[in-house]
Design a protein around this ligand. Sequence first.
Ligand SMILES: *[C@@H]1O[C@H](CO)[C@@H](O)[C@H](O)[C@H]1NC(C)=O
Ligand SMILES: *[C@@H]1O[C@H](CO)[C@@H](O)[C@H](O)[C@H]1NC(C)=O
Length: 628
Amino acid sequence: MKMFDKVSVLILCALSVSNAILQGTVDIKRLQGILEEGLKTNDVGSIYYSLRGLKQLNAKHSDVCQDLKNTKYDINNVEQVFYVTNAAQLAGCQNFLTPDVLKAPSQTLDKKDATVAELYYAVYSLKAMGKGSIYDKEDALKNLIQLLKKDDSAANYGFVFALCEHMGCGAWTAQHSEGIILSADESDSKALHFEGGLPVTSFLLTSILRTFKSLKMASPLSEEQRYKFAAYLLSRRSVNTPRGAALLLEAAYAIADEQPTPISIAFKDRKYITSEVDTIDFTVTDLIGRPIRSLKPEDVVAQSGTRLADDVVVLSKQPLTQKPNEPTTFVLNLSKIKTQYGMYKISLAAGTKSANFNVAVLGEVQVSHIEIGIGDADGTTSPKLTTITYPNKLNEKLQADHMQKILLKYTVKDKWNKAVTVQQSFVRIAPVGGEDEAIFVAEPDNTKTYKVELNVGTLSKHLNNLSGNYLVSVYLGDSAVSNPVHWDIGEINFNFGKDATAIGVSGGSTKGAVSRGPLPEIAHQFRVAEPRPARLVSDVFAAACAAPLLLLVVLWARLGVNCRLFPFTPAALIFHLGLGGSLSLYGLLWLKLSMFETLRYMVPLAAATFLSGHSLLRRLVSDKTKRV
Ligand SMILES: *[C@@H]1O[C@H](CO)[C@@H](O)[C@H](O)[C@H]1NC(C)=O
Ligand SMILES: *[C@@H]1O[C@H](CO)[C@@H](O)[C@H](O)[C@H]1NC(C)=O
């Protein structure tokens, strides 16, 4: 028995994948609007497709013969000639066109290398002007098959199938349709379309289905293929050109005319119930919004309904009722769950197909009263609670300091006085006349009572330590609640202790305060010098640096100074004095002189040293050569 259950569940799951009902229809009114606008343009293509789409709708339109005569188009372009001639045929004004309009189509038929598309345009241009029998059937089909061998795209098959409708080779179309349909691309295993998008899909579907009808053969589409093509067309329903609109309409009508037709279920308007209105209307139609004759009204059933929050099943197998005089409107009565607000998933079935719809049961909530009190933060005294009834405010301002805490307690009830929880429940504390605010989430306990404890010391951090008067408010909301609640309960005066400033006093919230008068002078300050080492350290270091000099003097004293070769000439004296002077100047630079002063003394000294040094060296060289 268990085993059997599992198998049947598996089978049900597998079925439900391909059994999805369509959700939505093609909006005929909107498409008709696009087509009517298209007629007013002066583009031959738009006029042609507009006329074609309006003919599909059997809609009346203004006289366009004069416009057609005046539109500009390229008479040598066979596609544009096709638009003009076929638009003229649809509008019944072929006699407005000059006969030379058929020059390009005739030439195309004589061309050796015409493409399938060009042949299609040429043949149908001639046909529109009453020159239909020009194309020979046997040879023509052979020729077309040759062309298909070169390029067997879905689009080309579409042109050949359409040509066959004219040439009477429908049997060939019937023979090749199945293969073409099987070659359609599938997306998400939900939608089928041909390579080339809506134009090719529409072109192929309409000519194949027309051909099968004219041959009085059963449709080549399986029910599943019908649903999947319909799903693709629905995904393209936002087209906004006359061409797109005409092609979408033609394909949608072709699919909707199939039997059994794909079924579509959609919300008629509202997606929710409230305590006043307890029903939701659905439309059950074919792809283009017509009633489905083959469907028995009692086969439209809400298979199941579950609450999204906890998966509790709230209804099963509840039939919908068809509205009298409105064969496409089916009413789901949800009065059974109107007291339990929330989001629900309803599975609707029409015959063997089904789809899921999310609906909301909107409820009203109320808070009859709130208890509020101030107590010690460490819990030594239990707070004295004041009860306020909705929508009143506290009679007097409460006082609280940083050693205390505030306590808030409330229960949310539905319309029938049953305690409920809501998705959002907040307590907001904001300064009276200030900007900062602190918002706290209130969580319900398991008796569905909301309790909020706020430590005033902690609160001060969120409120910039600004003591003063604060407004306390409670907010309640839920996606399934039709009356969100905002209740200002009253004011509390907070004293956040010695570190705090008062609201509005400068130093605290100076945000936005404008200061007038002179600003304090800006004084530049150099970086403070790094601390120097102790006197002893620098003395020892200086002595260490001077040690080699001392050594030199000591060695001179021991060895005696040998000045025998010293040339006692003025140049030599000046040179050595100059060198000594430069070194002294260097010492002075370290001790007292600035760089510029040093340079000023250095220039004459250096010049004298250079000149005397030069003559000294010359003298030394000449002495040496004399001695040698
Ligand atoms: C829905 O059903 C309830 C009882 O089942 C009934 O009282 C109520 O009138 C129904 N609502 C509508 C709009 O028919
Ligand atoms: C508020 O005062 C507390 C000391 O009581 C201090 O630690 C904190 O930084 C202050 N916060 C602000 C925003 O001034």
